[in-house]
Design a protein around this ligand. Structure first.
Ligand code: ADP
Ligand code: MG
Length: 255
């Protein structure tokens, strides 16, 4: 059944192109991101995944085509309100280096008038969820490991409990055990709270764990849009086959 355009999409891209010099970072891409669902953008480095997220937030603007939010064109005047409804984790975390962990977490809630007790309680709740110790709250980002910084960035994005989350490789710097645990927790949060999530990863197993909708990008274009089963059963060309093969599992143990 062809849905009416944007019928219940939080975001959509309609024929969007964004170039940087000679590079078409995003090349005539049309995508809809349905409310309450998780979509994973996957593809090699440089394929345009981060630029898609930045276009949705008005951090980049299309050279051609249109970005829509809640069915209406994204215009500069709407950007502040759109950003308030979105928790965004940028690829490198993007913490303010001159603020402590708690200072980073408090920034937005404080601006919205939360008192210190409420901010601390929410931060503690999320720290428990992501296995970050309270003793880290007084540290500065430079005093944390990459994995700890990533968890702080995630907590910061979740502080206001936004309905939509844009997560750019949010777990990439975590060691495998923490990453595995946090994948479980996050998938639980997304499903339970009906979040609309657009997540970037370059890990196919992680992508398939989070969603039955994977969007595989290559050189700014969407190569395939479907479930991991669709990718396996009907790969849209040699690139998809090679991409799947490059993510093979561990070798079988010798008999
Ligand atoms: P990905 O997130 O999939 O690794 P990006 O969206 O970051 O890919 O980048 C896609 C392409 O656009 C890359 O070739 C990258 O170098 C280029 N690009 C992205 N942002 C900029 C920018 N601000 N200036 C110049 N080139 C950029
Ligand atoms: Mg990127």
């Amino acid at each position: 059944m062809p849905a009416s355009p944007d019928s219940d999409s939080v975001f959509s891209l309609v024929g969007v192109t964004r170039s940087f010099g000679a590079v078409r970072a995003v090349d005539e891409v049309s995508l809809e991101f349905a409310r309450g669902r998780t979509t994973v953008l996957i593809g090699s480095s440089g394929s345009g995944k981060s630029t898609v997220l930045r276009l949705l937030l008005g951090l980049e603007w299309p050279d051609a085509g249109e970005v829509r939010c809640d069915g209406a064109p994204l215009q500069r005047t709407r950007v502040p309100s759109v950003r308030r409804s979105v928790g965004y984790v940028i690829q490198e975390g993007g913490l303010f280096p001159h603020l402590t962990v708690l200072g980073n977490l408090a920034l937005l809630p404080h601006h919205l008038g939360w008192n210190r007790a409420r901010i601390r309680a929410r931060a503690l709740e999320l720290a428990e969820l992501t296995h970050l110790r309270e003793t880290q709250f007084a540290r500065f980002p430079a005093e944390l490991s990459g994995g700890q910084r990533q968890r702080v960035a995630l907590i910061r994005a979740l502080m206001l409990d936004p309905p939509t989350l844009l997560l750019d490789e949010p777990l990439g710097a975590l060691d495998p055990l923490v990453r595995h645990g946090l994948q479980d927790e996050l998938r639980g949060i997304f499903g339970r709270l009906g979040k609309t999530v657009i997540m970037v990863t370059h890990d196919l197993a992680e992508a398939a764990f989070f969603s039955d909708r994977l969007v595989l990008m290559r050189r700014g274009r969407v190569v395939q849009d479907g479930s991991i089963e669709d990718f396996r059963r009907a790969p849209a060309g040699d690139f998809v086959r090679e991409f799947l093969a490059a993510h093979r599992g561990l070798p079988e143990a010798p008999a």
